[in-house]
Ligand binder design. Structure first.
Ligand code: FES
Length: 172
């Protein structure tokens, strides 16, 4: 069986081969995960935030595809040096534009990386027990998408478990 290669652009492939800000950050102020290890699409974001609420450092770990690695790399680059309020405003479309030539089937990879950044920002304020006025109560599209994907994986793995338990039961 032959597989059709995805039309990844040069920039995306460069970022995949030489991602920036890759790795766990031991002294992160906050971190967040989006996606699920069960399906292999998972990203962790680490942010180092100073007293002025500026992101001094951002790194990531990815268990996703090339597009996930490239968009996570770009996301961490884009939020670095920004105030949390400005970092929050960076949506997945901006990330996709910055990567260039992101195939539509891979949009969700970029959405996951922004979802993880936004979760980390929320977590930062949750820890401080504060909520700035610019932070919406409602989940953003990126956070919702991450949640939906996680719930879907949970539901699917439950179905697979039930199915294999039933199959085992029949054999015994
Ligand atoms: Fe799921 Fe890229 S992270 S296909």
């Amino acid at each position: 069986m032959s597989r059709v290669p995805l039309p990844y652009g040069k920039r995306l492939l460069d970022l995949f081969r030489n991602p920036k800000n890759l790795g766990r950050m031991e002294d992160a102020t906050v971190s967040a995960v989006a996606g699920s290890p069960a399906c292999g699409d998972m990203i962790a974001i680490y942010l180092k935030i100073n007293n002025d609420e500026v992101i001094e450092k951002a790194t990531f770990e990815s268990y996703g595809c090339a597009a996930n690695i490239a968009t996570a790399s770009i996301s961490t680059e884009m939020v670095k040096g920004k105030k949390l309020e400005d970092a929050w405003k960076i949506g997945w479309k901006q990330v996709a534009d910055a990567v260039g030539d992101l195939p539509s089937v891979k949009f969700h990879c970029g959405i996951l990386s922004v979802g993880a950044v936004r979760r980390a920002i929320r977590e930062f304020y949750k820890k401080k027990d504060e909520k700035p006025s610019w932070l919406p109560d409602e989940l953003s599209l990126e956070e919702k998408h991450a949640l939906e994907e996680e719930e879907l994986v949970k539901a699917l793995s439950k179905r697979v478990r039930t199915f294999s338990e039933k199959a085992r039961g029949k054999k015994e």
